[in-house]
Design a protein around this ligand. Structure first.
Ligand SMILES: [Zn+2]
Ligand SMILES: [Zn+2]
Length: 757
């Protein structure tokens, strides 16, 4: 046998992959490096404005296995997608290298959200032999801050607020070692070289462990501590102490709005609340959101946590610091946003001491700058899934795909309350975290900053602005003054389109958009609307019987006004419990239509019911009336409701007549709980009746429920059950809030379809 036939050299081939999707800030490049080593390949990997380019060379079989593993074995937080894959000439490389990020090329940027501490880092935090034992800023490629520390993209340490901390020799070695799980972990830090805690408060100033101990001592003594977290400050106090909670409420001037509670672990939540699978799963999600869960009767929490409500907003520790605090305290802690009512969460130490000085007894600061705020995200389990009520730390920026490409980049400015911003270009839409209520100057300043910030980070300049149809919203005036073409999108169509875009498989919709007030086509205040059709082509087919609100905008905080509005509209003259004794002047103004705008808002009808049952004549926070009404209804059994008729108006639009509800709502012989339950049941049956009627006209339709009113779990779940009996499918929001926090995204979807139809 000839020797030449034995060892034909293995050919060297080279291949290049371009990966898109979530590939930055998730340990993707180190993963590629390890994978190449495992398959014995040479080459390089590089960040290029949000895309990752991989060049590998070696034997063809190894290249093929490597290519398959790039997506299949990617790190848990990564969501790579192969955009291009092509054979290229080999470069004769030895070894595999991570090249410095390139900042040229087109924008395919992904801004990674903040991630809660991972299991591996948690083990180090608790290991006395580890050099990061009890270090409150431990992190790795799989966890830690991202969105809140990034100053510019591409994502590298030098472009984050961690740039000011020079790595010590040990950290530098971990950062540079491809075999280490902190290889290129951009925010990596240790007690020697990283951020530190600082205490200001009772017992004097302290640092590090001393600061943590002082904060815990203050909490144990019943004090209120402002703690700087990942996206801003929290106010913490003992959640079992009536006195501490009462003090927090008095100082924050927040008499009744529910307070979130931070628990050491899932077992501690189970001791005070009933958890179904959806709630338990949501609490343990890497974003560590606040999840609204039903309280057990003898929960042992202070009565003032959520007055009049049957639920508590629970969350688990998300940062190492929060783990240390909850382990150290050993019991649930109130953890409410460190802000002044309605304002964005406070992020800077000086600002915190200035704005929260009258609220907190002490401040637990740290020196890792927060580049932009991110409040806690909030979810509520409804119909077997946790639905978003608020986007924030860990869930935003929310990246969504559009059904087709936009002709040019747009910026959608959303609504007025629960503001968010959406930037969209090509087939991408990005929704910002919760900004706040735009009555407040600080929220307006943050809105303007984020609008510029998002465009700069993603390298996209909006060519057109989208805004609500309401002429007086801050966001409308801002969009019209910005010097770009601006387009108005009607409020409830934006709600409907946001929902529809989340369910692209649905072809025929009947969407009910029920909320507080939003500006309608006819200049009246809508909010009980039903649309047939699809995005860009919604036909309003039904609404509530309109009524006039005595005192206009003041009705939002004074449900007794809505109660008088429905009574007077129905021709009934009777006092409302908790309302003023003398309503003569108001009645006269209402009769002349002065400061008494017409509305068809379901939210105001819920307010009216909350006042008529005596549950909430005056609200101390937005939505208090409907929330108390739902909680009361959930405590009662099924109640026989009055039937509510849908009547066709001259304009062809069906109007739900709520007047038959009024005698039952005002019937003081029945408990408020029973009246509230009958109210919910009557509306759920009315929704089912409308859908049944529309399904005869448009067979095969699917019902969508959106707008703030359908965050009501009881109402949504009863609608679902009743429509199920009719064989009609129902869809609810999945990732985009169904309330005004979803308006900006809905504006993008609505404009896309109207524009490219
Ligand atoms: Zn980690
Ligand atoms: Zn270090």
């Amino acid at each position: 046998m000839s020797t030449e036939a034995i060892a034909a050299p293995v050919p060297v081939r080279a291949r290049r992959w371009v990966l898109e999707g979530r590939v930055q800030g998730v340990g993707f490049r180190p993963f590629v490096h390890r994978l190449a080593a495992r398959h014995g390949l040479a080459g390089w990997v590089q960040n290029r404005l949000g895309r990752v380019v991989v060049h590998a060379e070696g034997p063809p079989a190894a290249l093929a296995r490597f290519g398959e593993a790039l997506v299949r074995e990617a790190p848990p937080l990564a969501r790579p997608r192969i955009a291009e894959s092509a054979e290229v000439p080999p470069q004769g490389m030895a070894g595999f290298r991570i090249l410095a990020s390139a900042s040229d090329g087109e924008a395919r940027v992904h801004l990674p959200p903040d991630r809660s501490v991972c299991e591996a880092c948690l083990r180090e935090l608790e290991d006395p032999r580890d050099r990061r034992h009890r270090y409150p800023f431990v992190n790795c490629t799989q966890c830690g801050p991202r969105y809140t520390i990034i100053e510019r993209l591409p994502y590298d340490r030098a472009r984050t607020s961690m740039a000011r901390f020079a790595l010590c020799a040990d950290c530098a070695r971990e950062y540079a070692d491809p075999g280490d799980r902190r290889f290129h972990a951009e925010p990596l830090a240790c007690p020697r070289c990283g951020p530190r805690l600082r205490w200001r408060g009772p017992g004097g100033a302290a640092e590090g462990e001393g600061a943590l101990a002082a904060a815990l001592a203050c909490l144990r003594a019943g004090g209120i501590v402002a703690v700087r977290g990942v996206g801003g400050y929290h106010l913490l106090c003992d959640a079992r102490s009536d006195a501490a909670v009462a003090r927090l409420r008095a100082r924050k001037r927040r008499p009744a709005k529910p307070l979130a509670v931070l628990f050491p672990d899932l077992a501690a939540v189970r001791r005070v609340a009933h958890l179904d699978a959806a709630a338990a799963g949501a609490l343990a999600d890497p974003a560590r959101p606040i999840v609204l869960v039903p309280l057990r009767p003898e929960a042992g929490l202070a009565a003032g946590i959520a007055p009049g409500l049957g639920e508590v907003g629970a969350l688990l520790p998300y940062s190492p610091l929060h783990h240390l605090l909850t382990r150290g305290f050993g019991a649930p802690l109130v953890a409410t946003s460190g802000n002044v009512s309605g304002d964005p969460v406070v992020t800077d130490p000086e600002e915190a001491e200035a704005l929260l000085g009258g609220v907190a007894d002490g401040f637990l600061h740290h020196d890792r700058p927060i580049v932009r705020p991110a409040d806690d995200p909030v979810l509520r389990p409804v119909a077997g899934a946790a639905r978003p009520l608020r986007l924030g730390r860990g869930t935003a920026p929310l990246e969504l795909e559009l059904p087709r490409a936009l002709p040019e980049p747009v910026l959608a400015t959303g609504g007025h309350m629960k503001a968010t911003i959406a930037l969209a270009w090509e087939r991408r839409a990005v929704v910002s975290p919760h900004v706040g209520d735009l009555e407040a100057p600080r929220a307006r300043a943050l809105f303007e900053r984020l609008a510029a910030d998002l465009q700069r980070l993603y390298g996209v300049r909006a060519r057109r602005l989208l805004h609500d149809a309401h002429p007086d919203y801050f966001t409308t005036r801002w969009a019209r003054a910005a010097g770009l073409p601006a387009r108005a999108v009607q409020h409830h169509r934006a709600h409907a389109s946001a929902l529809a875009a989340e369910h692209p498989d649905v072809e025929r919709w009947l969407v009910l958009a029920w909320d507080g007030v939003g500006y309608g086509d006819d200049g009246t205040l809508w909010g009980g609307e039903a649309f047939l059709g699809r995005p860009g082509a919604w036909r309003r087919v039904a609404s509530l019987r309109p009524f006039r609100l005595p005192g206009g905008g003041r009705a939002a905080r004074e449900p007794w006004r809505s109660a008088l509005g429905v009574l007077w509209e129905a021709g009934l003259e009777r006092p409302v419990p908790g309302g003023p004794a003398d309503v003569g002047l108001l009645r006269a103004a209402w009769a002349r239509g002065r400061n008494a705008p017409r509305t068809s808002a379901a939210g105001r009808l819920f307010d009216a019911a909350a006042a008529l049952t005596g549950l909430c004549p005056v609200a101390s926070y937005e939505g208090e009336g409907p929330m108390r009404l739902e909680a009361a209804a959930a405590r009662a059994g099924g109640a026989p409701p009055p039937a509510l008729p849908w009547r066709a108006g001259r304009d062809g639009i069906l109007r739900l007549d709520w007047a038959p509800l009024l005698p039952a709502l005002a019937d003081t012989a029945r408990a408020p709980e029973a009246r509230a339950a009958a109210f919910h049941e009557a509306l759920a049956r009315a929704v089912a009746a409308l859908a049944g009627r529309m399904a005869r006209e448009a067979p095969g339709l699917t019902v969508g429920l959106c707008g703030g009113v359908f965050q009501n779990r009881l109402l949504a779940e009863r609608c679902l059950a009743l429509l199920g009996e009719h064989g009609i499918g129902v869809r609810l929001p999945v990732r985009v809030p169904g309330n005004d926090g979803g308006l900006a995204f809905g504006q993008v979807v609505e404009a896309l379809h109207a524009w490219t139809a």
